[in-house]
Design a protein around this ligand. Sequence first.
Ligand code: ATP
Length: 710
Amino acid sequence: MPDEQPAESDALLECLSLLTRYYGNPYSRESLKSGMPLEGGKFTAEVFIRASERAGLVCKVHKRGISEISSLVVPAVLLLNKRKACILTEVDHSKGIAKIVMPETGEGTRSISLEELEAFYSGYVIYVREKHRYDRRTPQKLNVKSRHWFWGTIIGSWRIYRDVLLASLLINIFVVASPLFVMNVYDRVVPNQAFDTLWVLAIGAFIVFSFDFILKMVRSYFIDLAGKKSDILLSSIIMEQVLGLSMKAKPTSVGSFAKNLQDFESIREFITSSTVTALVDLPFTCIILFVIFMLGGPVAIIPLVAMIIIGLYSFLIQEPLKQSIDKTLRSSQQKNATLIESLSGMEALKIAQAESDIQYKWEKSVSHIATWSIKTKLLSSSATSFSAYVQQIANIGMVILGVYLISEGELSMGGLIASVMLSGRCLAPMAQIAGLATRYNQSKSALDGLNQVMAMPTERNDERDYVNRPDLKGSIEFDGVNFAYPEQEIQALRDINLKIKAGEKVAIIGRIGSGKTTIEKLILGLYEPEEGAVRVDGIDLRQINPTDLRSSIGCVSQDITLFYGSIKDNITLGANHVEDSQLLEAAEIAGVTEFANKHPNGLDMIVGERGQNLSGGQRQSIALARALLMNPPILVMDEPSSSMDNTTELRMKEQLKTRCQGKTLILVTHKASMLDLVDRLIVVDSGRVVADGPKDQVHAALKQGKLKID
Ligand SMILES: Nc1ncnc2c1ncn2[C@@H]1O[C@H](COP(=O)(O)OP(=O)(O)OP(=O)(O)O)[C@@H](O)[C@H]1O
């Protein structure tokens, strides 16, 4: 995008949201924004294009004057000056008027003269069209296969690679310049002492070499440019996939998963100039071989045989090479898993005095990696040395055969020298290819790993038509829900039937591991039931966009995770446009202000990674403030006061009582004191609901031992 283009504001988000409604597949602003790399919390044209793809639209930015915009392409989005945007719904060039919608003003469609529009139009327009969607009647195999995430992106730079090929063709033709020069000097200049010819030849060679130099520089610049473009695109595709992964596909080990993603590095290396140049040059060896044949006749057989031998050797070592690279990769993933786990649990390790166990695991992985990487290095260097060896033998062979041919008058001295020089150029890419096999196998393993990641299910399903419900009221229903965590045989929830009215205050109690948190996770749409349905406002959660759902739920989870940044950053995490008054109110209710005020930086105090600079209770306060910030209709809290002292808890309870009015509250707790907040108790045991009713009744039944809990 050119620099002179003005930065856009959230007007673009509003425009996109309106357009999704226009095309009959409405998306809320929250769901369009979710997971997008917003600049200062705002939409840019690039983000607009990415988000529109999610909503089934295809958009492209063009630089066009108003007079160039045809009435056939509306609705289109016009980027206006001062970070504004509008939707152009009609344009009539003959009358000089247009109809626009400025979503920010909330005015609806209005007519405007083209002259007036031109005054604040930036010159950039986004054309929008609907992507064709196949319905379920279309058999899968008839579906046009969407682009492969990796190859599709690489092919996206085909124009650059076409130019690279063209440059390579010329470079490879120029290769013959030097041997031809030497041949002519030996055969024509030296015997006849033709100094004029020598100078003409020298000037010709100089010009060719200069072009060759320039072309080589340009070629590697273009290859690196294409590589950089692909790298940026691929990295963001991978990150978007990772952040969108569904919880059921959540990797079992963060460390090894992270290593898997880091291995993208080897793919990046593979698409840089040194590798691509060798690959591109390979087919041109045939041209050089042909030139050797023209100059030296039968001598060309020798480099041909040498090429076949080198190729065969490279092919034969592929399998063992692949195996050792795979083993190295897997062990490195294991090593990374150990590293990440021990770093994040360092305190627990020290307390349990388990350092030596970890040290042992670590050393085992390291020695395993060392063994296999030695094998990998040995194999790949054997390929390089073998190619050099074959190349030398080929040279000697050519000289021997050449001498016989010269003695029979079938070859000139210059012809032999030129052929030997050319054979070097012809075998060089082969030798490089042998070395490249290692890189190829490394990239292939990394690509296989990433292919698996890209095939994992994500939360956003393009084939699903979500119901657009950004404003949920808060009634919750579990209808015959059975659920087991991925790869677990035992069900965590069994035949759960519950109806919670909007605004109701409910506590879920039960013994450890009984399934309370699991019920919450299902309400949050983090997992889907195996059988039955979870409904919010009567809509099956599978029908609600996860972003819309979660923006209607304030959640304090059992394991509170804070991120590096200030207290303020952590409270407003994921909520970009928050008034200071909103932030202060949430901080006050949750008791954050109380401890933040004691610190010189107040709410700007840095909490450290995972909030390690704070106490457990302080972390809980921040999580509570985060949950209350956007005033959501549903609050889900899992032991929100487990680390708080009695006074703080009492204060928080009082604040929550007023704040929770009209909201649905689901409270998971072991603390009897917290039950003041609720009117209804649900008792869960071994994944089943064993009691459900008004608080006093259930309490009484529990006291009298009428409820049997295993
Ligand atoms: N991510 C997970 N993967 C596999 N099994 C899980 C997972 N989380 C929980 N479980 C299992 O599901 C069951 C219910 O767990 P859940 O966390 O819902 O219990 P809980 O009632 O909230 O317990 P607590 O009071 O200790 O927090 C337990 O047997 C637990 O082992």
